[in-house]
Design a protein around this ligand. Structure first.
Ligand code: MRU
Length: 349
């Protein structure tokens, strides 16, 4: 099993290509054992969402060294490091990718005295282990988070933090699926999430498949809903959380958090430990991906703005810790202030 099955719905050959453009209307699985194809899948958001990118990175290492003919461990390690560096150059913000790559490198190093064929096998097992752990984390986060949801809660979410972004049923969306499973009747508003519309295309699709009452809104409608008292709580995922609790997530998350503070609405971030970057102190150190201006000039590949208009297209923003009511992890719920977040989380690891 050294091919990677990707839940991607490519618009192959079309100019629009990438970022799951066929969903929600068409579902297609693509299988590959080509590391360059996998890199492209991450870059173009065919595989997207922080935990899913991490898992893709781990399997990227497996397929990267699959055909290695190296006989010496020195040569093998050079090849492995090249694969890791290459995969790490795909997208900079979600720390799960770098977490998985480092973990794979460490496992290989810890087993360096073993024959190369054996190390390859150990790496495959580690990648499968990462999937298994992410599945368990999703379920645990969902159970913890669902304690915050009441019967009749009206919930807002942004981007897609569901099954398409993880190995199981998601982070923020996992909380909603679990609440539904417990019999709570909830109403969910999904931001469409410009520019690539993960909310409109993916989140609504996932929620509706589970029979959850789902309403799609444009990003600029959230404030008015809050002002009308129609939102009780907000759940979002994260791509990288700094030691002080500052959290990077899809662009537009920060503005929701500011609005939530003004309207006194609890704002929750749901993320596994693999999304925490304990090497950085604050969100200021989080690298923010900037993507092609064409994503903003158009909608899913169709040009809507003057083709040479200047564009600013950061893919993520950072929500300061003071705007986050609580962070829900597989280890439990951590509430503001986050002064002991690192020690609490590392102690629980
Ligand atoms: O650019 P994307 O679609 O990869 O961004 C994804 C997000 O921002 C998600 O909210 C985040 O990764 C959490 S996924 C469980």
């Amino acid at each position: 099993m050294t091919r990677v099955n990707l839940l991607v719905d490519m618009a192959r050959g079309k100019k629009t290509g990438g970022y799951q453009t066929l969903l929600p209307h068409k579902l297609k699985y693509v299988s590959t054992d080509d590391i360059r194809r996998l890199w492209r899948a991450i870059k173009k958001l065919e595989i997207r969402g922080a935990p899913a990118i991490g898992i893709a990175g781990a399997f990227g290492i497996v397929i990267g060294i699959k055909r290695s003919k190296a006989r010496t461990s020195d040569k093998f390690f050079k090849e492995l490091q090249n694969s890791s560096k290459y995969l790490g150059s795909s997208r900079p913000t979600a720390v799960n990718l770098f977490w998985a790559l480092k973990r794979m490198e460490k496992v290989a190093r810890d087993n360096r005295l073993k024959p190369v064929a054996r190390i390859k096998n150990i790496l495959l097992k580690e990648a499968l282990k990462i999937i298994g752990e992410d599945m368990k984390s999703c379920r645990r986060m969902a159970r913890f988070g669902s304690k915050l949801v009441r019967h009749g809660s009206r919930i807002l979410t942004h981007c897609n933090a569901g099954g398409l972004a993880t190995a199981d049923y998601g982070t923020a969306l996992g909380v909603l699926f679990e609440s539904k499973r417990q019999g709570k009747s909830i109403k969910v508003y999904a931001d469409e999430t410009r520019p690539l519309l993960q909310g409109a295309r993916l989140t609504t699709w996932e929620l509706m498949r589970e029979g959850i009452d789902t309403t799609l809104i444009c990003d600029n409608m959230a404030a008015s809903l809050m002002a009308k008292g129609k939102i009780d709580m907000i759940f979002v995922g994260a791509d990288r959380i700094a030691s002080n609790g500052d959290a990077a997530n899809k662009i537009g998350t920060y503005s929701l958090a500011v609005l939530a503070k003004y309207h006194k609405i609890p704002f929750y971030v749901v993320a596994p430990l693999s999304t925490f970057d304990f090497n950085i102190k604050t969100g200021l150190e989080i690298p923010i991906e900037e993507r092609s201006g064409n994503e903003v000039r158009g909608v899913l590949g169709k040009l809507i703005a003057p083709k040479n208009v200047k564009v600013y297209n950061p893919s993520f923003d950072v929500t300061p810790n003071r705007l986050i009511t609580a962070i829900i992890t597989e280890k439990g719920i951590f509430k503001r202030p986050y002064s002991n977040l690192t020690s609490n989380l590392t102690r629980l690891k």
